[in-house]
Ligand binder design. Structure first.
Ligand code: PLP
Length: 317
C-alpha cells in the first residue's frame, strides 16, 4: 500500500512508571512530527498518497472546530501543495484557540454546517468544488476508512518489532478510541499475527455497543478489501465506555488530576478530551480488573493543542 512520508516512525517507546506492580510504557504517537503530531498523521500518509494517485488538487474533510484530524489534514495537504476545505460542525464548543487557530496557518477554506445536516453539506461542497473545476478528494471525519485502519495495522507491526528489540512482551495496549479506526487497525494487526495482546479502547464519546459495532464493521471491511481471510468476532473487541463522563469533551476532575500527575512524573503532556481521559481510564481499568505484574503500553495519540483550549479547567480545579 503506497504512502507519502509525513510521520517520523518508529515513534519512541518509553518506560513511564510502575503502577500496582505493572510496568507502564508510553508509545509517543504524539511525536509523529507533522504540526504537533498525533495518530491522524499515520492515517494521512495513506489518504494523501491515494489523493495524489487520483490527481486530486483539493482535500475535503469534516470535523468539530477543535478537531485534531482537521488540523493535521490541513497541514498534510498544505505540505503537498493541495487546497484544504474543512466542513466544521457548529457545536457549542468554544474554539477560538488550539486547533481552530492553527487551521488558519494552513490557509484552509471553512464551510460551517449544522450537525444534523452533515452528509448533505458534504455532497454540496464536493459538487460545488467540482463545478469550479477542482478535483476534490474526501476524507471521512477522524480519518475513518480502510486506509486509516491500515495505518494502525502497520503501527501494530511496529509495536511488535519494538517489543522484540527491547525484549518486552506487552500484555495490554490502551488508547483513546473515538471513530474506532485506530482500534480497528490495532485489532486487525493483532488478529493477523494471532497475538495475545489485549487491546483496550477507552471511549471518548460512543457507548460500548455502538463503538464495538463500528470497529467490527471496520475490521470486516478492511479484511475484505485487503484480502485477509481471518476469523474475527465482535467479542474480541474491548471498548470501555465507563470514562466518557456526560458526553464527548466532558472534562471532570480526575482527568485534570491525571494530566497533572503524568506531566509532573514524565514531562509528557496529555490533553483532557482524548489522552488524559484515556490515561485515567487505563489506570482505573487496571485497578478494577486487578491487573498485576503485566507490561502495559499506552499509545499517546496526540491532541496537544486541546490542552490550551481547556486551560481554564486547570485553574478552576
Ligand atoms: C488525540 C486523539 N486521540 C485519539 C483519537 C481517536 O482516534 P480514532 O478516531 O481513530 O478512534 C483522536 C481522534 O480524533 C484524537 O484526535
Amino acid at each position: 500500500m503506497k504512502k507519502i512520508s509525513l510521520a517520523k516512525t518508529p515513534t519512541p517507546l518509553q518506560f513511564y512508571n510502575y503502577f500496582e506492580s505493572n510496568n507502564i510504557y508510553i508509545k509517543r504517537d504524539d511525536l509523529t512530527d507533522l504540526a504537533l503530531g498525533g495518530n491522524k498523521v499515520r492515517k494521512l500518509e495513506y489518504f494523501l498518497a491515494d489523493a495524489m494517485k487520483k490527481k486530486a488538487d483539493c482535500i475535503v474533510t469534516y470535523g468539530s472546530p477543535q478537531s485534531n484530524h482537521c488540523r493535521l489534514t490541513a497541514a498534510a495537504a498544505s505540505k503537498q501543495g493541495l487546497k484544504t476545505v474543512l466542513i466544521l460542525s457548529k457545536s457549542g464548543i468554544s474554539h477560538f484557540n488550539g486547533n481552530y487557530f492553527l487551521f488558519d496557518l494552513f490557509d484552509v477554506d471553512i464551510v460551517w454546517v449544522e450537525t444534523d445536516n452533515v452528509p448533505k453539506k458534504i455532497e454540496e461542497t464536493l459538487s460545488s468544488l467540482k463545478n469550479k473545476g477542482y478535483k476534490p478528494y474526501f476524507i471521512q471525519g477522524g480519518g475513518h476508512g480502510n486506509l486509516g485502519t491500515h495505518a494502525y495495522k502497520v503501527a501494530f507491526d511496529e509495536i511488535i518489532e519494538q517489543q522484540n528489540e527491547k525484549s518486552i512482551e506487552f500484555d495490554y495496549i490502551f488508547h483513546a478510541s473515538g471513530t474506532g479506526t485506530t482500534q480497528a487497525g490495532l485489532v486487525a494487526g493483532k488478529t493477523i499475527r494471532k497475538s495475545e495482546i489485549k487491546i483496550v479502547g477507552i471511549s471518548v464519546a460512543r457507548n460500548s455497543n455502538r463503538g464495538k459495532e463500528v470497529i467490527y464493521e471496520s475490521l470486516k471491511e478492511y479484511f475484505n478489501e485487503f484480502g485477509y481471510s481471518v476469523d474475527t468476532s465482535e467479542n474480541q473487541i474491548i471498548f470501555d465506555d465507563s470514562y466518557i463522563g456526560n458526553e464527548y469533551a466532558h472534562i471532570y476532575p480526575k482527568i485534570i488530576d491525571t494530566i497533572k500527575v503524568v506531566a509532573k512524573n514524565s514531562g509528557i503532556l496529555l490533553d483532557p478530551v482524548y489522552t488524559g481521559k484515556a490515561f485515567h481510564g487505563m489506570l482505573s481499568y487496571i485497578d478494577l480488573n486487578k491487573i498485576k505484574n503485566s507490561n502495559i503500553l499506552f499509545i499517546h495519540t496526540g491532541g496537544t493543542p486541546l490542552l490550551f483550549n481547556y486551560a481554564n479547567k486547570f485553574k478552576e480545579e
